[in-house]
Write a protein that binds this ligand. Structure first.
Ligand code: GDP
Length: 289
């Protein structure tokens, strides 16, 4: 577990007392795997808001299911495409709406004018910087100009009513199961290779064959059939695209890299790898185990 992540967790633990709410940015394609349990542990006891970011890459129907899932669990949740222009005001009003009960309590206590302080957390590469830039727009001032602001944490004043605390992206010490590690690697959150690219692509193509076979057909002309392994599917794709090496063998490495690149860039369409019902199934499994 890299030292800087331990340091960040400690910093968050300290800083949590000074914030009104925690906004965890999730990847809408993998809301479960991108939800950091270490952050949840440290921030328990504060109101939570979740942003399903990169929603432009995720299946809109499944995003709706996730919104319902988080909302029914009592947390505020919004879907977001942080790269889309001109939605800063809408985003801010959503944050305020989610925190309206808190603001109401403050007004009742006469705390008029106190800015809402929101800690922004998330795994690396999930879009924290993009999100903050979008919400804060250009008129944002870095609160780092103020005295007493230490390196490694940063307050950004959106306006009089809202301040955001930016934190470095962190993962957690170990992924409890292989699926989480794989899903983080598919979306590019874990950059250090957890396995060779061909094996990784085999896992992805198999999952896509289950979740969205039509995307494999549309993009690679692969028609997944019952009983095909990840390697079979990868090979079929390589043949269709004509990725051959001398002797008529297929270039699986090239196919693997292209599959991962195209998935990450959203070229295969809007695909979500995790569904709320997976979670229920998991709970059922544990219940009957
Ligand atoms: P951070 O490490 O959490 O601060 O992530 P960044 O803000 O640097 O974003 C990581 C990558 O994701 C960049 O290439 C962004 O352009 C991209 N990104 C961020 N938000 C979105 C989004 O909502 N949709 C899409 N398609 N890409 C996004």
């Amino acid at each position: 577990f890299p030292g800087h992540m331990t340091k960040t967790l400690r910093l968050m633990e300290k800083e949590i007392r000074n914030v009104d709410c925690v906004l965890q940015i999730l990847d809408a394609r993998i809301p479960l795997s991108s939800l950091n349990p270490e952050i949840e542990r440290i921030t328990a006891g504060k109101p939570h808001l979740y942003v399903l970011n990169k929603a432009d890459l995720a299946d809109p129907e499944i995003t709706k299911q996730w919104l319902a899932y988080f909302t029914s669990a009592g947390a505020g949740c919004i879907a977001m495409d942080s790269k889309q222009r001109g939605r800063a005001t809408a985003t801010k009003s959503l944050i305020e709406k989610e925190l309206s009960a808190l603001m109401e309590r403050r007004r009742n206590r006469g705390m008029v004018g106190a800015a809402i302080r929101v800690m922004i957390v998330g795994i690396p590469n999930v879009g924290k910087s993009t999100f903050i830039n979008k919400v804060a727009k250009k008129k944002s001032a870095k609160a780092g100009d103020r005295p007493g602001v230490t390196r490694g944490k940063q307050w950004i004043t959106v306006d009089q009513g809202l301040e955001l605390l930016d934190t470095p992206g962190i993962l957690w010490p170990k992924f409890e199961d292989e699926t989480i590690g794989l899903h983080l690697a598919f979306t590019g959150a874990v950059r250090d290779a957890i396995m060779d690219v061909e094996t990784l692509a085999c896992h992805l193509i198999l999952l896509l064959a289950q979740r969205k076979p039509e995307a494999l057909t549309a993009r690679f002309k692969i028609i997944p059939e019952e009983g095909m392994s990840g390697w079979d599917l990868l090979e079929a794709g390589a043949r269709k695209r004509g990725f051959l090496i001398s002797g008529g063998e297929v270039d699986l490495e090239r196919m693997a890299n292209i599959l991962l690149d195209e998935f990450r860039a959203g070229k295969m369409g809007r695909i979500t790898l995790e569904l709320p019902e997976d979670l229920e199934r998991e709970e059922d499994d544990h219940g009957t185990a």
